[in-house]
Structures are given as C-alpha cells and as structure tokens.
Design a protein around this ligand. Structure first.
Ligand code: SF4
Length: 322
C-alpha cells in the first residue's frame, strides 16, 4: 500500500480539541492526512471492522493486512456472517496472513458474541478482553477506535512514544503501570480513537527503535529529545522462519485447506519432515482448535486422518453456510 505523503504540521486539526501550539495539536496536524490511510479507518467507525483489523494486525504488518482485510470483509461482511461460517472457510480467507490460530480465535469470538450478546460487540474493554484472541491491547483498541471509549490502546509503538516523549525514557525502563498512567494522562478524551491511532502511527513511522527526531512533529515537546538521551540499540530480530516449527504448522494448515482430510504420513511426505515432528505440529494445532486429529496411537501419533476443525472448542457444532 502506498504510504501517505507527510505534510508539514500546522494544517487543519482533527476532531480532537487540542490547545494551539501544544504537542497534541502538532500530533493531530501530522495525523490528519493519515487518518484515512487504511480501509478499516472509516467514519463513522465500524466496530466489527475494527475488531477484524486489530486481530489481523496483531502479528502482521499493516501493508500486508490491507488487501487481506478487504477480501475478508467482502466474504464475511458482518459479525453474524463470520459466526455462521465453517472454520475451514475462515481459515481459507485468512490465507497469507499466517498465525492461523488468530483466525480460529476470531471465529470463536464472533460465535460467542452472537450467542451471548445477540451479535452486539461489547463496548467495555474488560468484557472485550474475555473474548478469545482479545488481549488487553486489542480490547482497548476496539473500545476506543470502535466506540470512542476513553482508554489508551498501548501497543509497542505507542508505548515507545509515550515513554520517550512524556517520561524521557525507553519503554523497557518504564514499569507498565507508570506507562499506562502517563498514557491516560496524555489521552485526548474528545477523540480517543483518533488519538490512539495518531500515536501508534507516530511510533511506527517516526519514533522507531532508532528515532527520526528531526522529522518528528512533537520534537519540540519531547522530553527524551530535550534531555539528549541516546536511543537503545534495536532489539534482536525474530529467528529465521525457514525451517521453523511455525512454518511447519502453516504448511499443515495449507495442506488441509487444499486436500481436505489427509493422513499423517502424507503430511509428512508433503512437508518433507519427519513423522514425529509433523505429529507434534498436529497435536499443537489440535490443542488450539485449528484441526481435528484422531485418537493418539501408542507412538504418540494421531491415528486416522487429520482435518480442519469446524467445531468450537466446547464441541458444539455451528451452522454451516450452504
Ligand atoms: S522527538 Fe524523537 S524520541 Fe521524541 S517522540 Fe519524536 S521521534 Fe520519538
């Protein structure tokens, strides 16, 4: 996706009311041309779209999420449509995003909301956080971006900005409670969703692990910059994907999407991996509710064929679309 073109600060302010000449006003002006950059940022906000996008964004970059999100919403335009869909179809629509357990959790969350709350997504972050796949960050993001609840949604990017700009420290040096209190104190309650997104964007684009302070709209207000703190070296990157257990798990799910039910031996041949390793992957996927495997043989391998799960973890079968 094409990145929005940055504009100089001082333009039209967003809906939040920030005193002219403040850090908040500068941040708002910087965010203004970015506020429609992604398809899930609609006006008025659609809480279902926010929920889907936030789950997709948990471990996938926004540029990769954007096309997958559009296709997913076309296939499942409402929470009810998602709740009624077989799990295999949800997984099929998740293809390309990886970390498939998120798709299962999202499908499960939709079914719970339909069953318990008549299809209305909860507005309270504490209730949201009880749903599968919805942690404290995602709950706060859905509550603020979808419903305007006055809560900060502190992801890794926003945490970095708040820690540096407000407290003059790196986020790893700030206790969680202190960071949350600082974020709450800075929150623009007149438009918490826009404020949270602006800070997340700033952390992702400018206040990166190696900060780009000369390009930062709040440079003149930043404690970290004022105190001349050096940025900590970037954290070590994740290990290689190639040959990883995660790659194998993704391969098992892909093979089941393409072939329906498959024997363990065939999965092992297709993946070019030892039977024991594939059995481990199947056991892990079955424990997370992604697949259904037969009972375990004495070897510890699932017997019979392996298939994608279309049932909730409580064993209840949900209606399938025709
Ligand atoms: S001035 Fe530098 S350290 Fe401060 S918020 Fe901006 S990019 Fe981050």
């Amino acid at each position: 996706m094409k990145e929005p073109t940055p504009r100089p600060t001082g333009g039209k302010l967003g809906p939040g009311r920030q005193p002219p000449g403040s850090a908040g006003a500068a941040l708002r002006s910087w965010y203004e041309p970015r506020k429609d950059a992604y398809p899930w940022r609609t006006s008025p906000p659609d809480p279902y779209a926010v929920l889907v996008s936030e789950v997709m964004l948990q471990q996938t970059q926004a540029a990769r999420v954007a096309p997958a999100f559009a296709a997913f919403l076309q296939r499942f335009p409402t929470l009810q449509a998602l709740a009624a869909a077989p799990r295999s179809e949800v997984l099929r629509s998740w293809a390309g995003l990886g970390y498939n357990r998120r798709a299962v959790a999202l499908s499960e969350a939709a079914r719970i909301i339909v069953r318990k709350d008549d299809g209305r997504i909860p507005t309270d972050p504490r209730t949201l956080a009880t749903l599968p796949g919805v942690g404290p960050y995602t709950a706060a993001a859905v509550a603020s971006l979808g419903f305007g609840a006055p809560v900060p949604a502190i992801d890794i990017n926003m945490g970095r900005v708040v820690a540096r700009a407000r407290l003059g420290r790196e986020p790893q040096d700030v206790p969680r409670t202190e960071l949350r209190i600082a974020a709450e104190g800075w929150l623009d309650r007149t438009d918490s969703g826009g404020w949270n997104q602006a800070l997340m964007d700033l952390g992702r684009e400018v206040c990166r692990p190696r900060p780009r302070c000369p390009a930062c709209p709040i440079e003149g207000f930043c404690r970290f910059r004022r105190e001349g703190r050096p940025a900590a070296p970037p954290a070590r990157r994740q290990g290689p994907f190639q040959g990883s257990f995660r790659q194998l798990r993704g391969g098992v799910v892909r093979a089941l999407l393409e072939n329906g039910s498959v024997t363990l031996r065939r999965l092992s041949t297709e993946a070019g991996q030892p039977l024991d390793r594939v059995a481990d992957a199947c056991r892990a996927l079955a424990a997370e509710g992604l697949i259904q495997a037969g009972p375990m043989a004495r070897t510890g391998h699932p017997m019979g064929r392996v298939r994608l799960a279309d049932q909730g973890r409580d064993g209840r079968r949900f209606p399938h679309r025709s």
